[in-house]
Write a protein that binds this ligand. Structure first.
Ligand code: NAI
Length: 462
């Protein structure tokens, strides 16, 4: 029988295993989950489809889910984000992984499909960006006769439609059966969460979903401190450019934008910010950044980074006005923040994997990172393990909650309770030598909380 995995080179497993072992020492939250729940096997019977960047950190998450009793199959949620040694090590451990750094779009959607093919069928989804959820829900609607992608708006939409039609021809009724078997989905990122709330609003979300992104210990840490470390890492590995003194524009000043601006500022760049939200614009200004429009900054800046989760931020007319050798990249979830499709008829020179030089009509060239896909994972190795431990501890708790108590939830989008959020934070304190102060009973009573927490009301924003 052919091996039930697709990785670049299984011989990379030894290297991957060494890095997994190091990552475990930096992921105290996940290791604590193994200790707390390993014996009781709360995920026994769960058949989890994972669609999330197949990195070393994700490897530690996968092995935690397995240690808690789950059956797992995995695909990456981005064509450039896989770490091939991580994929090899996980495949060698017996978990079916379908992920290669630099896979084509066709392979990408085929690999996602393969990650659903448990003998008895999947019953849980762990998603990052919502593609696994979309695949099942679009497929089920197409089986019901609705042409959900009647006119594909992009190359990727055409690929998705072709993949759905292929599965429909191979296994009639498969999407509907799979949809009905899914007990719940836990979603990692802002963009995927937007999609879930939108589905729910339209009455198209048939199962409960846990919004992991909006655990405080996820978005206020991974999105912010994670990008603070991994954005400049990606730019440096791609270009080796001197950052100090350069003018950088960060589009968007949400959590990812805050981390990205801090990352560039920490490297000595002179950072400008663009925003549409007056609150975030005011925050950026009071953090010391000049808030401008892209139109005003486009001719003078050296580095452009999109962080908005929105479409068409850097448009073709902007790129045509940039100075020679401007660096252009995106750290938001999808590649539609930069109008890369409109560059296709320009002259491209590939410099190395995930780095292209593109000539504008004026003769000026731009350096485009990861073809507009998230550059911290495309050009570098994503966020460090420690911050991903907090994110993935939330993922693990969300999977346990949905698998063991899914029936108690109506279809809808939920956030983990604050007590668990505080627990995730608590699990990460010892590793970095943080000593907490304890409230006295009188103090607790005075501010209206209990000595053990939760310490803040739901509306507190951190
Ligand atoms: P957010 O909602 O906190 O921030 C986005 C910001 O962009 C908002 O403040 C919004 O007002 C602003 N914005 C929207 N349209 C704009 C426009 N036309 N011009 C300027 N600003 C605009 O979202 P968050 O959490 O910062 O996530 C942003 C993106 O990054 C999402 O796609 C998310 O999924 C992704 N992400 C990527 C990570 C990575 O490692 N690469 C990690 C975490 C999230």
């Amino acid at each position: 029988m052919a091996a039930d995995y697709i990785v670049k080179d299984i011989a990379l497993a030894g290297f991957g295993r060494k890095e997994l072992t190091i990552a475990e020492t930096e992921m105290p939250g996940l290791m604590a989950c193994r200790e707390e729940f390993g014996a009781s096997q709360p995920l026994k019977g769960a058949r989890i489809v994972g669609s999330l960047h197949m990195t070393i950190q994700t490897g530690v998450l996968i092995e935690t889910l397995v240690a808690l009793g789950a059956d797992v199959r995995w695909a990456s949620c981005n064509i450039f984000s896989t770490q091939d040694h991580a994929a090899a090590a996980i495949a060698e451990s017996g978990v079916p992984v379908f992920a290669i750094k630099g896979q084509s779009l066709e392979e990408h959607w085929d690999y996602l499909d393969r990650s659903f093919q448990f003998g008895e069928g999947a019953n849980m989804i762990l998603d990052d960006g919502g593609d696994a959820t979309l695949y099942v829900l679009f497929g089920a609607r197409m089986e019901a006769g609705e042409d959900v992608i009647a006119v594909p708006q992009s190359e990727e939409e055409a690929v998705i439609k072709a993949q759905i039609l292929k599965r429909m021809a191979q296994s009639p009724g498969w999407f509907t059966r799979t949809r009905d078997a899914i007990k719940g989905v836990s979603e990692e990122t802002t963009t995927g969460v937007h999609r879930l709330y939108d589905l729910h609003k339209k009455g198209q979300l048939p199962f409960p979903a846990i919004n992991v992104n909006d655990s405080v210990t996820k978005s206020k840490f991974d999105n912010k401190y994670g990008c603070k470390e991994s954005l400049v890492d990606g730019i440096r590995r791609a270009t080796d450019t001197m950052m100090a003194g350069k003018v950088a524009v960060v589009c968007g000043y949400g959590d990812v934008g805050k981390g990205s601006a801090a990352s560039l500022q920490g490297a000595g760049a002179r950072v400008k910010v663009t925003e549409v939200d007056p609150i975030c614009a005011l925050q950026a200004a009071m953090d010391g950044f000049e808030v401008v429009t892209l139109e005003d900054a486009v001719e003078t800046a050296d580095i452009f980074i999109t962080t908005t989760g929105n479409r068409d931020i850097i448009r073709i007319e902007h790129m045509h006005r940039m100075k020679d050798m401007a660096i252009v990249g995106n750290i938001g979830h999808f590649d539609n923040e930069i109008q890369v499709a409109n560059l296709k008829n320009h002259k491209w020179t590939n410099i190395k994997d995930q780095v292209d030089m593109i000539e504008m009509p004026s003769g000026a060239r731009i350096i485009l990172l990861s073809q507009g896909r998230l550059l911290n994972l495309g050009n570098a190795t994503g966020h460090p393990s420690f911050v991903m431990s907090a994110s993935f501890t939330n993922q693990t708790l969300a999977q346990i909650e949905l698998w063991t108590k899914g029936e108690e939830y109506q279809p809808g989008v939920y956030i983990l309770p604050k007590a668990l959020d505080e627990k995730v934070a608590r699990l990460h304190l010892k590793k970095i030598g943080v000593k907490l102060t304890e409230l006295s009973p009188a103090q607790a009573e005075y501010i209206g909380v209990t000595v053990e927490g939760p310490f803040k009301p739901e509306h507190y924003r951190y």
